[in-house]
Design a protein. Structure first.
Lengths: 301, 267
């Protein structure tokens, strides 16, 4: 009798266990994909960064020379490029957030019933390919573009100004192209602010500016952090805007990586630069997402 | 106070104007009867659009882009759905590791993922680059977005509905079909849309993994870099702009039609 019950209890238990384990097959496709096409490629890159290209063939030499080269090759050109890129990323981040914040604020606080009409309208330009957007900006601020033509017609300048083809054009294009996308996370964080707090502040005699500085801005911080995450990480590796809008002075570290792989065939040096950038980007992301919370990121999509 | 409001709304409309300016310029100047892309305006022509629609190479790039984008949308959403279910509904060891590695594709620049895949596929596996390899890369970067969107949807999911169905005798599959799936459908749509757009507009990953068959952004990128055939590239770019605007219209209809979205909170 006693054995009978244990068996009867044990059998459903095994079934339940199998069923529970069976649930995890759902993970398999994604885990396989991430393993094969994310972790493995980054590992290959890591390994390659210690190899040397001998006659365009990667050869396992296990050297730190590639990392050293970032600092010494071409009189430190590459390390300068790295710092310049980080500086440009910071400028782009600040600029695009400054541009997006008032727009998000307007939609959230004054949008009324048109909120969810204005928001998608605002994001739409970001759904166009990067290359197409940059092409469009060339039409606007290029040598024969809209701005130059207008300024010449008004008579402010006698010949076109070279807005295009330098580092300022790169920063400008990146700022205005990222801003629409940053409206979203900032808007989401502004929406979550309890409006009665603002009323309370007003009742206690705070000016609108004080209200903004003491209530709205601190409470929208998670959105700002996610916005920073959205713009700064891709800008670290930007090479499209520098190639099309940057000219000689607009090159970024991404341009160096791209040309190491696509033109110079210098894969091991390119891998070292890439891996250094992976580390920088991962640390930045970790700090930003930790502070903002993964939930905020989720809600911002 | 009133002045502040006016400044803010003026800023907003200026902002909208500026972000649409490049798109409008492309649209308008794709009808310009000039061999160069830019001013002066030399008259209206449909020549560049005709060139685009009669150029088999350009049309193929459009087809290629859509094939890759649809594949990315479907596969990334399918994979994301599986991960989202397990991550939201189960507690297990290694959960945080999985979640972190899931965010990695958006926590490093796409360029570096493209470089890694370039090395693995070209050097490691000796694969010929094609649209297939582009799709591999696109799925990697779309997966985090898909998963996060679906997770957000599942976290807000009322599980008592599923339990009720099961109490009433529904099988696991029926419960999924009748209860779970309809409730997460909006999430699936958003996930597919995001993945589709990510793939359609990408030039970074395609730049490293594309073979002979180009996608639209790669085609435009090539033309822009070599400064050739720009007017036709402009028509093609405008075509992509129109597609983006069409998507925006879908969202607008969604936004204004009642029932599809909870009404905006009264302020």
């Amino acid at each position: 009798m006693k054995d009978d019950t244990t068996i009867r209890e044990r059998v459903p238990n095994i079934f339940r266990k199998m069923k529970r384990l069976g649930y995890y097959w759902r993970l398999f496709p994604a885990v396989f994909w991430l393993g094969a096409f994310l972790i493995l490629p980054l590992s290959v890159m890591f390994i390659f960064s210690f190899w040397t290209m001998v006659n365009f063939v990667p050869t396992p030499t296990w050297t730190l020379q590639n990392y050293l080269d970032i600092f010494v090759r071409a009189e430190g050109l590459y390390v300068k490029l790295l710092f310049k890129s980080l500086g440009m990323s910071a400028a782009v981040t600040l600029g695009s957030i400054a541009l997006a914040y008032p727009a998000a604020y307007y939609i959230s606080m004054r949008g009324g019933k048109y909120k969810y009409v204005l928001l998608p309208l605002c994001i739409t330009p970001f759904m166009v390919s990067w290359v197409v957007l940059i092409f469009g900006w060339r039409m606007v601020i290029g040598y024969t573009g809209l701005v130059n033509t207008l300024l010449m017609n008004v008579g402010l300048i006698s010949e076109p100004v070279r807005f295009w083809g330098n580092w300022m054009a790169v920063i400008f294009v990146l700022i205005v192209s990222w801003a629409p996308w940053l409206v979203l996370p900032i808007f989401v964080s502004l929406e979550k602010i309890d409006r009665t707090l603002l009323e309370a502040g007003e009742d206690l005699g705070a000016t609108p500016l004080e209200n903004f500085r003491k209530i709205t801005l601190p409470l929208s911080m998670p959105g700002l952090l996610i916005a920073t995450f959205f713009v700064s990480i891709p800008t670290f590796g930007e090479f499209v805007a520098p190639a099309l809008a940057g000219g000689a002075s607009g090159a970024m570290i991404g341009s160096a990586i791209e040309s190491a792989f696509k033109r110079m065939h210098d894969w091991s040096f390119g891998s070292a630069m890439s891996f250094l950038l992976v580390i920088i980007a991962l640390i930045t992301s970790l700090v930003l997402i930790r502070k903002a919370g993964l939930k905020t990121l989720m809600e911002s999509l | 106070m009133l002045q502040g409001k006016r400044i803010l709304s003026t800023y907003f409309y200026l902002f909208m104007l500026v972000i649409y300016l490049p798109l409008l310029s492309l649209l308008v100047f794709s009808f310009n009867d000039s061999l160069s892309a830019g001013f002066p305006w030399k008259g209206f022509t449909l020549r560049w659009w005709e060139t685009f629609f009669s150029d088999p190479v350009a049309l193929t790039t459009v087809k290629n882009s859509f094939v890759v984008a649809v594949a990315t949308a479907v596969v990334a959403t399918f994979m994301g759905l599986g991960v989202a279910f397990v991550l939201v509904r189960r507690v297990f060891r290694g959960q945080n590791v999985l979640l972190s590695s899931l965010v990695v594709p958006i926590a490093v620049p796409y360029l570096l993922i493209a470089v890694g895949l370039f090395l693995l596929l070209r050097v490691g596996l000796d694969l010929e680059f094609s649209l297939f390899t582009v799709a591999i890369g696109h799925i990697v970067v779309a997966l985090p977005y898909s998963t996060l969107v679906l997770m957000a949807r599942l976290i807000g999911f009322d599980r008592s509905l599923e339990e009720a169905a099961q109490d009433l005798g529904a099988t696991g599959f029926t419960t999924f079909r009748k209860i779970t799936f309809p409730l997460i459908t909006p999430g699936i749509f958003v996930s597919m849309f995001l993945a589709f757009i990510i793939s359609l507009e990408d030039v970074i990953i395609a730049n490293f993994l594309v073979g002979g068959d180009l996608t639209v952004p790669m085609f435009v990128w090539g033309r822009l870099r070599r400064w050739e055939g720009l007017p036709m590239a402009m028509a093609l770019s405008s075509f992509m702009v129109i597609i983006a605007l069409a998507f925006a219209c879908v969202f607008l209809i969604r936004a204004v039609s009642p029932g599809l979205r909870s009404p905006p909170r009264e302020v």
